[in-house]
Design a binder for this molecule. Structure first.
Ligand SMILES: [Mn+2]
Length: 324
């Protein structure tokens, strides 16, 4: 299990050798990114080690409840001699924060994504972990850290969001027991669930209404797609972030095996989200048009009209459905 005793020892050495720590996480931070970064910050505070947290983007609306979230900045104010980055495995994903980490003498990476660049002097990476927050729970337990209620709520947010509230396939005995451990330590699971999942803006609900009203089904209702054009975004005053999770609504229909959403939040720029069940490889489809992702969750975007994007992708999605 990761961290191994060697990882724990290496981490302990880095911390004891550091005078000041810069904590970072990825662009468009989610609950695991910010919850894990704040969990590390609470740990360093307990150890009496000065630290800062930076992120390219500000925390999104639905994560403003996180204890300590006000400490997240868009640039470091001080000098640091150790970096700890969580929930990402390439310095690119730090966005504008990347140069601040590239110059640090030492770097620790704690993550659960499949490594690409593999930066860092100490790497605590477990691709089978349900969330970075779960790796931190293991690490802090090995270090004998006392989980405060604030720290527990932050880490719990990572577990709850990355497991889709214990619905995704990464919901294991360990994700549940880590969550139970955090709730026992004072983590507020009701607050986390309400804030993360029950705080949708009205604009988002209206936009979803448009999508569901006009979605198209083909091939015995196995392929489902929908379009949200610039007029729809204008009419509802929604942003592209408000479409988070929409494609999963289409895939949640019993007969649907491939779902796609074509959206134009700004004129002339089309973003496409693709989802599939089982063996249908939508990442292969996305790669053919310059996008990428995982087999069952992929995306692409281009400068085009929505009609062109449909003409480009629909034949490929139909072929994908037929071939697997
Ligand atoms: Mn994560």
């Amino acid at each position: 299990l990761i961290p191994t005793p060697e990882h724990v020892e290496a981490f302990r050495r880095e911390i004891s050798g550091a005078t000041s720590v810069l904590i970072g996480t990825h662009l468009n931070p989610d609950g695991d990114a910010l919850g894990s970064a704040l969990g590390v910050a609470y740990y360093l505070a307990q150890e009496g080690i000065p630290h800062e947290i930076v992120c390219h983007h500000q925390p999104p609306f639905n994560l403003q409840f996180l204890p300590g979230v006000g400490k997240v900045r868009q640039a470091p104010a001080a000098k640091h001699d150790l970096g700890i980055i969580v929930d990402l495995d390439s310095l690119d994903r730090l966005g504008n924060m990347a140069p601040h980490f590239a110059d640090l003498p030492r770097l620790v990476v704690i993550d659960h994504h499949v490594p690409h660049e593999a930066p860092g002097d100490v790497r605590i990476v477990d691709t089978s972990a349900p969330a970075t927050a779960v790796i931190l729970v293991r690490l802090f337990e090995a270090l004998g850290v006392e989980f405060t209620p604030e720290m527990a709520t932050c880490l719990l947010t990572g577990v709850v969001t990355d497991t889709g509230s214990f619905r995704f396939r990464n919901t294991t005995a360990e994700s549940l027991s880590a969550a139970a451990r955090l709730v026992e330590s004072g983590g507020n699971i009701n607050l986390v669930s309400e804030e993360v999942f029950q705080r949708k803006p009205l604009s988002s609900a209206r936009l979803l209404g448009y999508l569901l009203e006009r979605m198209k089904l083909e091939l015995d209702d196995r392929l489902c797609y929908g379009v949200l054009d610039f007029q729809d975004f204008l009419a509802t005053q929604a942003d592209d972030v408000d479409t988070e999770g929409f494609v999963n609504e289409l895939l949640s229909i019993r007969t649907v095996e491939i779902a796609a959403i074509f959206r134009e939040p700004k004129p002339g720029r089309v973003r496409v989200s693709l989802r599939s069940r089982g063996d249908h490889d939508v990442a292969a489809v996305a790669r053919e048009v310059g996008g990428g992702g995982h087999r069952n969750a992929a995306g692409c975007s281009f400068e085009a009209e929505i009609e062109e994007a449909l003409e480009l992708l629909l034949p490929r999605l139909r072929a994908c459905l037929a071939s697997s």
